[in-house]
Design a protein around this ligand. Structure first.
Ligand code: M7G
Length: 206
C-alpha cells in the first residue's frame, strides 16, 4: 500500500562548481519526482546525507513543475524564509533537513489552501548550513494570470498575505527548533537577485 502525498515533489541537486566557467544552469540537476510517503523514504535512503555533501552543494525539494530558481514563473514574485546555522559542528543538519522535508511534503508549514509553499532548500557553505522555505509571494497580491497567479493569491488583502507568510515563518522556526532568541528572516527573491547573493535585507523576521 502506498500513502499518497497531497502534492508530487521533485528533488533537485546543485553540484559544486568544478571550474570558473560553470554557471548556475549547468550545476542544477533534476534528480527524481515522487508522490507517496514510501517513495520519499526510498529516495531519502538512497541519497547522500547533507552532512556528507561537498561545500557549495544544495538540495532543493520543490513541488513538481516549479524549478528551484528565482526566474520560475511561480517563484519570481516570491521570497524565502531562511536561517543560517553557523555552528556547523554542533548541529544535526541531517535531522533538521529531514524534518524540513517532512514538514513540506506533509503540508504542515501552511494551510494547504494558501498554496504559498513552493519548496525547501538546504545550502552547504564553508561558514554555514542554510535552510530555507520558498514562498510564491512576498505577502502582496500577485497580479497577472498564469504568471504565478495560482490558487490562493487572488483577492487577498496585504494584511492577510503577510499573516499567511508569518504563519509559515513561525511553523518553520518550530521545525528548526530555534530558540526565541534566534531570528528567522524573510527576503524577496528580487532583492536576492539584485544583491547578487542571498544576503538581501530582511523584509520580515520571526
Ligand atoms: P545562493 O546559493 O542562494 O547563496 O546563491 P550563497 O551566496 O550563500 O551561496 C549563490 C549564487 O548562485 C547566486 O549569486 C547566483 O549566482 C546563483 N543562484 C542561486 N540561486 C538560488 C539562483 C537562481 O534562482 N537563479 C539564478 N540565475 N542564479 C541563482
Amino acid at each position: 500500500v502506498k500513502h499518497p502525498l497531497s502534492n508530487r515533489w521533485t528533488l533537485w541537486f546543485t553540484k559544486p562548481a568544478s571550474g570558473k566557467g560553470d554557471n548556475w544552469n549547468d550545476l542544477l540537476k533534476e534528480v527524481i519526482t515522487f508522490e507517496s510517503v514510501e517513495e520519499f523514504w526510498g529516495v531519502y535512503n538512497n541519497i547522500a546525507p547533507v552532512s556528507e555533501l561537498a561545500l557549495k552543494s544544495d538540495y532543493h525539494l520543490f513541488k513538481e513543475g516549479v524549478r528551484p530558481e528565482w526566474e520560475d514563473p511561480q517563484n519570481k514574485h516570491g521570497g524565502k524564509w531562511s536561517y543560517q546555522f553557523k555552528e556547523k559542528r554542533n548541529i544535526s543538519i541531517d535531522d533538521l533537513w529531514l524534518h524540513t522535508m517532512l514538514a513540506a511534503i506533509g503540508e504542515t508549514l501552511e494551510n494547504e489552501e494558501d498554496g504559498e509553499v513552493m519548496g525547501v532548500v538546504v545550502n552547504v557553505r564553508k561558514a554555514f548550513f542554510r535552510i530555507g522555505v520558498w514562498t510564491r509571494t512576498t505577502g502582496r497580491h500577485v497580479p497577472g494570470r498564469g504568471d504565478g497567479d495560482v490558487a490562493g493569491g487572488k483577492g487577498r488583502s496585504p494584511e492577510k498575505g503577510k499573516e499567511i507568510l508569518m504563519t509559515i515563518g513561525k511553523r518553520f522556526k518550530e521545525v528548526l527548533r530555534l530558540p526565541a532568541t534566534e531570528q528567522l528572516e524573510f527576503s524577496g527573491h528580487t532583492d536576492s537577485a539584485h544583491s547578487g547573493s542571498t544576503r538581501a535585507k530582511a523584509k520580515f523576521v520571526v
